[in-house]
Design a protein. Structure first.
Length: 454
């Protein structure tokens, strides 16, 4: 490459350590397009920090073109506009000063020109400062989840759920296993307790899963619901506080409960043992100057045996979780028939007040069909809130927690809170979603329940 000012200099830069045979200081112009070459697959950078227009854009010289002499420093005929760094039209070039003559030190390499991306390049005309400021104001997904979790934990103090005028005793029953009875009992109780209601959970399943989900130890030998039913110990002695919520208590179940049905066969009025225990529990609370709980939720085993019958006799309302699959509908007819029998002979106040759709998978048509069939035949009983399939709901019991305390911002937690709020609002108004009184038309038997299973 030829340069001006010294005809003996024919190349630049010189080899490292080689003296420069120049007698006067001089400058050399380095084109931006030659100094910085974009890597393969990378978008080329533009030189000036402004958007070029066709009128101001300057074509770089050809690769094989002779470089014009710029002039020696101190030359009287030198014009300021001859220097590319002073000429806006030649902003694609940068001047570099050559070392003084006779400098034997290693010659510095040519400094690459400062290349800046346009401030609005790729941002739709918005400056980079404005774009970064806007991004900084938007929370990251983790921050959004954390903020939502904090809101959910503190929601009870800001938006409490209405308390019923008298205690509501609800049995969560379905002889089909795996439909979400225990999960519904645990999460509804925690949701109600965190939003201003006092709740008592009675674990009537020998597996003790509700006790596990609430973080209550239930080894064999501790005071439990087995001792209440078989040995007539006061329920107030078996009820323990739950750490998840200040107003939540639980009567745990142990493996001893598995033999309770056999032991109660010869007992008189064996189907009313739990109801009498609850009446005594309320009397003990009143004697101690404490208020009875707003909600008593009874978690039933997946069967229609004596334990489930005790729960139906002791309750006034039945909450039925229905999995959005065919098998859950198939056993609904038998469950409704048993509820009708209990209502006719043992507990005339028993009604089916609530149906909750669980494990809903919006990706399948079957879930939509099941939900449609249930809402068509039990329109006023079905809650608007639907519990979706969620891995967080399944993970929470492994940590001895409900999904509401395990991951308050998850979909499962939000849906259970909405279901609990809808449940509380129904008690406050005394009406179902179709406008009928809460205790009217609750138990459907025979033909109507069979239509769903078909």
């Amino acid at each position: 490459m030829k340069t001006g000012g010294d005809p003996d200099v024919t190349r630049w830069p010189h080899a490292e350590g080689e003296p420069v045979p120049s007698r006067t200081p001089w400058v050399v112009a380095v084109p931006v397009s030659r100094a910085v070459e974009p890597a393969r697959g990378e978008r080329p950078l533009v030189g000036p920090a402004r958007r070029e227009t066709p009128e101001t854009a300057v074509e770089p010289p050809p690769v094989d073109a002779e470089w014009p002499a710029i002039g020696a420093a101190g030359d009287a005929s030198h014009d300021a506009h001859d220097c590319p760094q002073d000429d806006p039209a030649a902003a694609g070039y940068r001047a570099e000063a050559a070392p003084p003559p006779g400098d034997l030190r290693s010659h510095p390499r040519v400094e690459q020109p400062s290349v800046h991306v346009s401030a609005t390049d790729g941002l739709g005309g918005v400056s980079r400062e404005t774009f970064l400021a806007a991004v900084a104001e938007e929370p990251t997904p983790i921050a959004a989840e954390a903020e939502r979790a904090v809101r959910m934990r503190a929601a009870g103090s800001r938006r409490p759920m209405p308390r019923p005028s008298r205690p509501r005793v609800m049995t969560v029953a379905n002889q089909k296993g795996g439909v979400g009875k225990t999960t519904t009992t645990v999460n509804l109780s925690v949701a109600l307790a965190l939003h201003g209601c006092s709740v008592l959970v009675i674990d009537l399943d020998p597996q003790g899963n509700a006790s596990t989900g609430l973080g209550v130890p239930h080894p064999s030998g501790i005071p439990s619901i087995y001792d209440v039913l078989v040995d007539d110990i006061p329920m107030i002695e078996a009820a323990v506080a739950v750490d998840a919520a200040p107003q939540l208590r639980c009567v745990p179940a142990t493996i001893d409960l598995a033999g309770a049905e056999i032991e109660l066969v010869s007992v008189v009025a064996r189907e009313s043992r739990l109801r009498r225990a609850l009446m005594k529990y309320r009397a003990d609370l009143q004697a101690a100057g404490a208020e009875p709980p707003d909600y008593i939720l009874i978690d039933c085993p997946p069967s229609l045996g004596l334990l489930t019958v005790n729960a139906l006799v002791a309750a006034e309302e039945v909450l039925i979780p229905i999995q959005c699959e065919y098998y859950a509908l198939e056993g609904l007819r038998q469950l409704m028939s048993n509820i009708d029998l209990v209502s006719a002979h043992l507990n005339s106040a028993l009604v089916v007040s609530t149906i909750l759709l669980t494990m809903y998978d919006g990706r399948t048509r079957l879930a939509d069909q099941v939900a449609h069939e249930v809402r068509e035949h039990f329109s006023g009983l079905v809650l608007d809130a639907v519990i979706p399939r969620s891995i967080r709901v399944s993970e929470a019991p492994g940590f001895g927690q409900s999904v509401i305390t395990y991951d308050p911002g998850s979909r499962g937690a939000l849906c259970y809170i909405e279901a609990a709020r809808e449940l509380a609002l129904r008690a406050d108004t005394g009406l179902r979603s179709d406008g009928l009184p809460l205790g009217i038309g609750g138990a459907y038997g025979g033909e109507r329940a069979g239509a769903v299973s078909r």
